[in-house]
Design a protein around this ligand. Sequence first.
Ligand code: UN1
Length: 513
Amino acid sequence: AQQFGMTEALAQLGIKAVNEGTSTGQNNFASGDILESYSPVDGQLIGKVKMSTAADYEKAMQAATEAFKTFRLMPAPQRGEIVRQFGEKLRKRKEALGKLVSYEMGKSLQEGYGEVQEMIDICDFAVGLSRQLHGLTMHSERPGHRMYEQYHPLGIVGIISAFNFPVAVWSWNTALAWIAGDVCIWKPSEKTPLCGIACQNIIAEVLKENNLPEGISCLVNGDYKIGELMTADTRVPLVSATGSTRMGKIVAQAVAARLGKSLLELGGNNAIIVTPDADIKMTVIGAVFGAVGTAGQRCTSTRRLIIHESIYDKVKDAIVGAYGQLRIGNPLDQNNHVGPLIDTHAVDLYKKALEQVVAEGGKILVEGEVLSGAGYESGCYVKPAIAEASNDFKIVQHETFAPVLYLLKYSGDVENAIELQNGVAQGLSSAIMTNNLREAEKFLSVAGSDCGIANVNIGTSGAEIGGAFGGEKETGGGRESGSDAWKIYMRRQTNTINYTTNLPLAQGIKFDL
Ligand code: UN1
């Protein structure tokens, strides 16, 4: 990692070297056990942080509660100015933070930079939005009355994020929450704690320079136990959680039990439909990036290709051929396409998936393999694999967070492909490759894809921040990022104002005293 300037990058982000002790972010409440962060890139210890105890969590809550009292009074466009400054700092640290993301999480450096770019983009979006937190005005049924609605800040937003987008998902939430006037408490994945420290250090600088309370952004490190404190806490009106469907069900139930709000961004099982009218060259690029980008660890990763029988062999050969060109290795080296999986546990799940697809009657087209030898010492590097399968296989129905792509065949009309595409429990992202207008429109119609994201002639991953991001069914139903996703971070209030000397009742009810 040294040769890629990692030492300088870590220093720039305020991360301590291993022999210098534990890294602490500003307003990072942590006095518990030490959590070590090992890189899946080279197996080296990158740094250490302390975990947060229940007492630390309580301190964070107090800081956040205090900060909210003043932050909510700041006009929204001024809060936008804070987010603008944060975006400016991210521009300056893009290289360092992108490198840390790549080194701690394992995604390619290009994708690490892309992730920081998503943070910058959502900041820009939020700055504009800070002047557009619009409510509607309505006509009252009563004479001399006026009605309107307004959006007020919610309070403390709890954020639980996953390892695969260790910085961007936090910023999708915080950038909107902050312009909305909320304060945030973040529990990053215990697999990427240093990314959490680095982000916290950047926002803490902005807060300090503006004389704002640190509690606007709090960090707690730790495992699910800290998450449990948050989900059960009535002081946290909104919990935004990204991760597995299993985790999401636990969070949703705990938050619902106290009638809080949750925003869930859970598993996907994303497919690309390839029709006889598809552009094969574009299909190959979209499908291969979708399947092997981030080593198949995006919630939007392409897991299934649903190919028409008439072009099945052609598409299969082209994709298999493209897999032969993939270079797997250190993701900091921009010559490589595919980096490691997050840890050896993920490698086990990858191996199990490949065993299971064979056991269920699938046929391997591109063999998987756990790579060993020079450059692969971490034990986390695997070869992206392809299997021919059937949609009803249990393993195909399941989201395996690894580069395993299933090829499925359909015959007849595009309706048959749509049925397969929708025939899974998850509903995040979907795509169709076709130059046929009828097929494309059918796919986007009410009888088409049942996912939160449906694309034509691009792959399933790599959404822009301007749209609402999220999905249906077991994906959890939440929407983050663009469009009107900001509304979940605010509470809506309907106001009726009477400017007459009479007090008529609605619905024409007579009540005379
Ligand atoms: C995720 O995998 O949790 O659409 C988020 C994409 C990225 C975000 C993925 N912009 O692939």
